[in-house]
Design a protein around this ligand. Structure first.
Ligand code: SF4
Ligand SMILES: [Zn+2]
Length: 378
């Protein structure tokens, strides 16, 4: 926030304070009660121009360092799926990984995505011994052709990445990072991401020397109007390409419990993106992207929608048909009466600067967090 106007600095400070308080109150699970990693083999990847299956293994470790240290991102509820200990157990994580890994039919699935609801490259989240164990297991499975892992930029170290690329032999390596928005103020304030554009530029240079880069873009950060969110998503894809991303994933905002966005939503100050907005974004892009199917850990309690009459049909068209073909033409021909309501929403304007919008909602959010904490302790 160096060099930022005073209202933005104050907003960031207040937001961080409330987020940290919210994380303190977030229930987490003792590690001994977490019996396995999450395994999802339903998602697809485009490889050599064709859709292929991918296995997503999500280790349930101690949770994202950024969320524990600074309150984390406003829409992210992964910490509620993490274990409560501050030090992860190597034996437990190794066993969880092995069980999920041994369950995958690698003859059918050539892609492994390794996530942990945080940064796989952070030694405090995934201990070095576990990381080395995982790399050795992958290296011994020749049918895996692509390995993708998620990390925040501060954990991407050039030497370690070079070592990893070498240890994986000829397999492709992909590093996935949350860019989220084209706008610095949205990333810093509305999302509380703690990642500047300079940090992204630095990490993109390091990653693209030995691996491919996947960037995540959030659709509809809080405090943006629907139209602002559409414009930002389109701009963020352009920025992601400029940074060297070859793979761009949209993350349409969902409602996970124990997030600031959840509390905003619960007091009527936030709505997830309309599916019409997602279609509009895909139409405006002149390049293919992937739309994440909301398979978060813990699962969201509400996801983007239109009206009840058209939501599931359009959702299927986006998540299944668009993702398979990466062609926005598959989304033509859908219409519903609720499009008129969506157009009305698009015409809504908010002339206030972002920091003012946030500051006017924070007291309500804080009250909602404390009220929920009070009812939990009764
Ligand atoms: S979105 Fe990523 S960086 Fe942000 S709190 Fe969640 S896991 Fe951490
Ligand atoms: Zn509808």
């Amino acid at each position: 926030m160096i060099g930022r106007p005073e209202p933005e600095i104050r907003t960031k400070r207040e937001l961080s304070r409330i987020l940290r308080r919210m994380r303190e109150l977030t229930p987490r699970t003792p590690g001994s009660s977490i019996l396995q990693a999450e395994l999802d083999t339903s998602r697809i990847e485009i490889m050599d121009g064709k859709p292929v299956s991918r296995a997503v293994i999500t280790l349930r470790s101690t949770g994202c360092d950024w969320a524990r240290r600074s309150g984390g991102c406003t829409m992210c509820g992964h910490l509620a799926g993490a274990s409560v200990e501050s030090e992860p157990s190597v034996e437990r994580l190794n066993a969880h990984f092995d069980r999920a890994f041994d369950h995958v039919d690698w003859a059918r699935i050539p892609v492994l995505c390794l996530y942990n609801g945080g940064s796989v490259l952070s030694s405090s989240e995934v201990p070095d011994n576990t990381f080395e164990h995982i790399v050795a297991r992958i290296a011994a499975e020749p049918r895996i052709r692509l390995v993708a892992l998620e990390s925040r930029p501060e954990f991407v170290d050039e030497q370690r990445l070079n070592w990893l690329a070498g240890a994986l032999g000829g397999r492709s390596l992909r590093v996935a990072i949350g860019l989220e928005s084209a706008r610095d103020d949205v990333r810093e304030l509305a999302i509380h991401k703690g990642i500047t554009l300079q940090a992204m530029e630095r990490v993109a240079r390091i990653v693209t020397q030995v691996a491919s880069l996947r960037l995540y873009v959030l659709i509809k950060p809080p405090w943006l109007t629907e139209q602002e969110a559409i414009d930002d998503a389109v701009d963020a894809v352009r920025l992601a390409r400029r940074l060297g991303a070859t793979d761009i994933h949209f993350e349409p905002a969902t409602i996970q419990r124990h997030t600031l966005v959840y509390y905003l939503w619960s007091i009527g100050r936030y709505r997830m993106p309309w599916l019409w907005s997602i279609r509009e974004i895909l139409r405006r892009l002149d390049e293919p992207v992937y739309v994440s199917p909301f398979a978060h850990v813990p699962p969201p309690i509400a996801i983007p929608h239109n009206c009840p009459a058209c939501s599931s049909t359009l959702m299927d068209a986006i998540i299944r048909d668009y993702n398979n073909l990466r062609d926005p033409d598959v989304l033509r021909g859908y219409s519903c009466r609720c499009e008129d309501s969506w157009r009305d929403v698009l015409s809504e304007r908010d002339t206030r600067p972002l920091s003012e919008r946030i500051m006017s909602d924070l007291p309500l959010v804080e009250a909602a967090i404390e009220k929920a904490a009070g009812s939990q302790s009764v």
